[in-house]
Design a protein around this ligand. Structure first.
Ligand code: ADP
Ligand code: ZN
Length: 715
């Protein structure tokens, strides 16, 4: 087997033109019968690494996968591409099981997905002895390590594979990269001199944004409303919050539901199904949601609260944009969240040896949220990757913070705090500075202090930002053990009494930022992919086809594929084949309908007075196929009869199924083509016209030439 074969299979079955970085090398290592360890982020394209060898090599590839729902999804998606695959686990009925056994015996499947439990049974061992196995792929291989976050004891018992099948290569795959886990996988699986492929963990298609957590619901509503029909997840800290938030979104006319581990199992799988099948676009969920969901077209992930650590944050936002298409992430945060999380981590029932570690991880998370430099740099640095340049796709890069002299603001705030005898929290301090009439202020006599109302001209929201900056600068701190009141630090004295200057960042206006980002997006050159009216039409068609076939929409085509169709508007088989994600099977199953949808769309555009470029001849052909005469087409499209004929000749030349005998007879073609050897290439119609002394009409010449070229391209 060679990489050339692999590439052919990639195009034929998946409709992809090229391997992504590392994929080709990994495939080659299987051909070389080497063990490998593949570390790639979610959505990086791990599956292709074992699926292509499985398809191209003799025998069956056995894939070990820990989650039944993932197996089902992968098998469905393989079958959708015309690749025979099956899964073998406890969810099968007796007769389904028998079917799988038959398929194994007749070698009519290329991939067999099994759970580790099944893999460890005696009967499966006997079965494997009789099979021709091309490769073992161990998916989610981090489950083998007790260091990892998802330890599964059965995984650690799979060492026998290498001993029992020393000649079958093993590929271990995971999206978890830490070094300890990596080493564990290699030793526990007994991999022999494995090649390690470590892909970058960057997900450039995910935008990163952090917003202050005030008016979250309003912000979420407007965010979601600007993305109609897009799937997204909103992660909340508490179960109750998921319900409340979903209620509020619904009250704002948004289709949303909630999910958490406290729901009965049937309700939980119902929500999952509805989400996967694009029936409910938005799920407000606790972090229990997402594990085992392979939905590739999640277009955004919002964190309603600050996550506990960067690992979780990265894993959760990683559920967006697995199809490689653009997706957005927004993290809301406030000091309130930090407090709640700190309370949870330090509560009596959660006290353990790890508490310190967990608190420091939370601290890193907070630093990320407060950062004033490219967020992707910080994220990747956390995973020990260095980025030399700023990413251009995070809020900081898109809208670099503007610095200003914040000395006066700092003085006002710190002095007000000092005058309250350090007895107030953030909100009360802001209210004092703004001269609010809040009852508590009067009761405690804070309206008497000198700085009462000294910061009236600054909005509440901006004050919040300044307070955070003062905290981050270490000028004050929150005494969590004293009801979260603020305390001055020694550094504050330098500002208050020694004239130390403080630099601050201008608070960002979220609205202005969103507007600015929109403008920038508009100014960008035309992209390869678009989401427009046509995209929506194709999406609707995808949903219908998915319903008919009983599969999730993304199994029909991914969002990325639809976006490319919307941008390139393929109206012929040739053009359709060029679209990434359209392999042979999908071309056969859906090509015609998607082509037709695009043609219908173009016709409507033309009827509305827009000029259709590129596919004009196809529009004429489409009308002709449906029975319209040349004249009718010409009138309807406001073009000349001769133009319609030239359209049809072009269509014929491109190889479409068209009977031209009504326009020209075979002997006429023969007659016209006889002139060619005496003429210069490239053949000009006018030359032929003159050659026959203007006696042969142009449309016949055109059809004859079309015939000539059509034959010339058919090998
Ligand atoms: P992972 O298992 O690493 O999370 P997947 O294997 O599900 O990622 O791949 C993520 C997405 O990228 C899928 O939609 C997949 O079809 C697509 N993909 C993988 N390899 C390629 C490729 N070479 N060209 C185009 N798309 C690809
Ligand atoms: Zn950036």
């Amino acid at each position: 087997m060679t990489l050339a074969d692999a590439r052919i299979a990639l195009k034929k079955f998946f409709g992809y033109d090229n391997f992504r970085p590392n994929q080709a090398e990994i495939v080659q290592s299987v051909y070389d019968k080497k063990d490998s360890l593949v570390l790639m982020p979610t959505g990086g394209g791990k599956s292709i690494c074992f699926q292509i060898p499985a398809i191209t090599l003799d025998g069956i590839c056995i894939v070990v996968s820990p989650l039944i729902s993932l197996m089902k999804d992968q098998v469905e998606s393989l079958r959708g591409n015309g690749i025979p695959a099956a899964y073998y686990n406890s969810s099968l009925s007796k007769s389904q099981e028998q079917q799988v056994l038959n398929d194994i015996e007749t070698e009519s499947i290329k991939l067999l997905y099994v759970s580790p439990e099944r893999m460890l049974t005696r009967s499966f061992y006997d079965l494997m002895q009789q099979m021709k196995i091309s490769l073992f792929a161990i998916d989610e291989a981090h489950c083998i390590s007790s260091w990892g976050h998802d330890f599964r004891p059965e995984y650690s018992r799979m060492k026998f594979l290498k001993k029992s099948f020393p000649h079958v290569p093993i590929m271990a795959l995971t999206a978890t990269a830490d070094k300890l886990t990596r080493k564990d996988i290699v030793t526990q699986m007994g991999l022999v001199d494995p090649i390690v492929y470590l892909a970058s963990f960057d997900r450039p298609n995910l935008s990163l944004e952090v917003r202050p957590g005030n008016k979250r619901i309003e912000q979420i509503v407007s965010f979601v409303k600007s993305r109609p029909n897009q799937s997204g997840i909103v992660y909340c800290l508490s179960r109750k919050n998921t319900e409340k938030l979903a209620d509020k979104l619904r009250a704002n006319g948004i289709r949303a539901t909630h999910y958490h581990a406290g729901l009965p199992p049937n309700k939980r799988s119902e929500v999952q199904e509805e989400f996967i099948n694009d029936q409910v676009p938005i799920v407000c969920a606790t972090i229990a949601f997402g594990m085992g969901i392979d939905k590739s077209n999640v277009r955004f992930v919002i964190h309603y609260n600050l996550p506990k650590n960067i690992e979780s944050y990265y894993q959760e936002i990683g559920r967006a944009g697995r199809d490689g298409s653009k997706a957005d992430t927004v993290l809301f945060w406030s000091y309130g969240d930090v407090k709640i999380l700190t309370d949870i981590l330090t509560s009596a029932e959660n006290q353990s040896d790890h508490t310190e570690l967990k608190l420091s991880k939370l601290e890193r998370m907070r630093h990320f949220a407060e950062a004033m430099q490219c967020r992707r740099k910080i994220l990747l640095a956390y995973f020990s990757e260095t980025m030399t340049e700023d990413c251009g796709n995070c809020d900081i890069c898109k809208n670099p913070p503007q610095r200003m002299d914040g000395t006066l603001i700092a003085q006002k705030a710190l002095s007000a705090l000092a005058r309250t005898k350090e007895q107030v929290g953030i909100n009360l301090l802001i209210n004092i500075l703004r001269g609010s009439n809040q009852r508590e202020i009067y009761e405690k006599g804070f309206n008497q202090i000198k700085t009462y109302g000294a910061g009236r001209e600054i909005s509440y929201i901006d004050w919040q930002s300044y307070m955070m900056q003062l905290l981050n600068a270490g000028l004050m701190e929150i005494a969590y053990d004293q009801g979260s009141v603020l305390k001055l630090t020694p550094a504050a004295k330098e500002v208050l009494f020694e004239g130390k200057k403080i630099e601050m960042v201008k608070p960002v206006d979220v609205k202005a930022r969103v507007e600015a980002a929109k403008k920038k997006a508009k100014a960008k050159p035309k992209r390869e992919r678009v989401r427009d009216e046509l995209f929506e039409a194709l999406r609707t068609l995808r949903l219908q086809l998915a319903r008919v076939r009983g599969v999730p929409p993304y199994i029909v085509f991914s969002d990325a594929t639809l976006e490319e169709m919307a941008a390139k508007r393929p109206t012929t088989d040739l053009m359709m084949n060029e679209i990434s994600g359209v392999g042979e099977r999908k071309m056969h199953l859906y090509g015609e309908q998607f082509k037709q949808a695009i043609i219908d769309f173009l016709r409507k555009k033309e009827e509305a007075g827009e000029k259709v470029t590129g596919s004009s001849h196809i529009l004429s052909f489409d009308m002709y196929k449906k029975g319209a005469s040349i004249q009718e087409i010409a009138v309807k499209r406001s073009i000349k009869d001769l133009t319609v004929l030239s359209h049809l000749s072009k269509v014929y030349e491109e190889g479409e199924d068209l009977d031209i005998s009504v326009f020209i007879q075979p002997h006429e073609i023969e007659h016209i083509l006889k002139a060619l050897p005496q003429l210069q290439v490239p053949y000009k119609m006018s030359d032929i016209f003159n050659h026959f002394e203007e006696k042969v009409p142009y449309d016949k010449i055109r059809f004859a030439l079309a015939h000539y070229y059509r034959e010339a391209t058919v090998e």
